[in-house]
Design a protein around this ligand. Structure first.
Ligand SMILES: N[C@@H]1[C@@H](O)[C@H](O)[C@@H](COP(=O)(O)O)O[C@@H]1O
Length: 251
């Protein structure tokens, strides 16, 4: 694992966007694995600005998102499909049919999970997967206890995750209880992974990640098993890790 220490949220966002832009320039047909949430919003703003100002093209890029709420469709303002269309896809020249998000309205959710898994393989696998991290160390919606062998599956959201995401909904009761998420094994099949962390509320999860213990109790710790992971974290997210311990070449 490689750590890039960013000064703050804006610096983290710029550095992550730079990596994505370089990936797309190097391989115009790249498959990008994308995430939702607050952390990655700055990255998407940077990509949109770069597209406007410098014309980086996404015409041949394909994308797959990590997860989606069960029961929320593209028109629902809180669905991840809606988020992606609004914050990123509408700002780029990417054809919408080349962007993929699990279908939270699928009648047969098990079948949808199998379809999504096969789709990722059919696209040739993910070149660069962008990740945020939950306060409990989740990646995608893989909550603590999820086996590292998991592929795309339906998950019941932890109470703490529903509470953390309630800020986007009218009330806690409106937050869905279930989601479809890429599994840990799906994420680990990506060729490169970039995990972002910003702010004090992520400091505890990041400190546990830096302890180097590899356990399903901290889903993000599966990233220690991957050969090409870059963490870009700002000073607040790193605040519980003494400077001399900011080495992550473990285990
Ligand atoms: N499913 C999403 C994750 O994909 C996201 O990375 C994480 C952090 O979200 P945020 O960036 O808003 O803190 O939690 C959410 O529940």
């Amino acid at each position: 694992m490689k750590l890039i220490e960013a000064a703050d949220y804006a610096d983290m966002s710029r550095q992550a966007a730079r990596m994505i832009i370089e990936q797309v320039k190097e391989k115009p047909t790249a498959v990008l694995g994308l995430a939702t949430g607050s952390t990655v919003l700055g990255v998407y703003r940077e990509l949109a600005a770069d597209h406007r100002q410098h014309g980086t093209s996404y015409r041949l890029v394909r994308t797959v998102n990590l997860d989606e709420y069960v029961g929320l469709g593209p028109d629902h303002p809180n669905s991840y499909r809606h988020y992606m269309n609004h914050h990123l896809f509408a700002q780029l020249d990417i054809p919408l049919h080349e962007t993929h998000v699990p279908d939270g309205l699928a009648a047969d959710l098990g079948e949808e999970c199998r379809r999504y898994e096969q789709l990722i393989d059919a696209l040739g696998g993910i070149d660069l997967q962008l990740l945020g991290i939950g306060r409990n160390g989740h990646i995608g919606f893989n909550e603590p206890g999820t086996p590292f062998s998991s592929t795309t599956h339906v998950v019941e959201l932890a109470a703490s995750t529903r509470e953390a995401n309630a800020r986007f909904f009218p009330s806690l009761d409106d937050v869905p209880h279930y989601a479809i998420t890429m599994g840990i094994a799906t994420i680990l099949r990506s060729r490169r992974i970039v995990l972002l962390a910003s702010g004090e509320e992520k400091a505890a999860a990041l400190a546990r990640l830096f302890e180097g213990i590899v356990s399903p109790e901290l889903p993000a710790s599966a990233l220690h098993l991957h050969p090409d992971v870059t963490i870009i974290a700002d000073q607040k997210a790193l605040s519980l890790i003494p400077k001399e311990q900011r080495q992550v070449d473990v285990p």
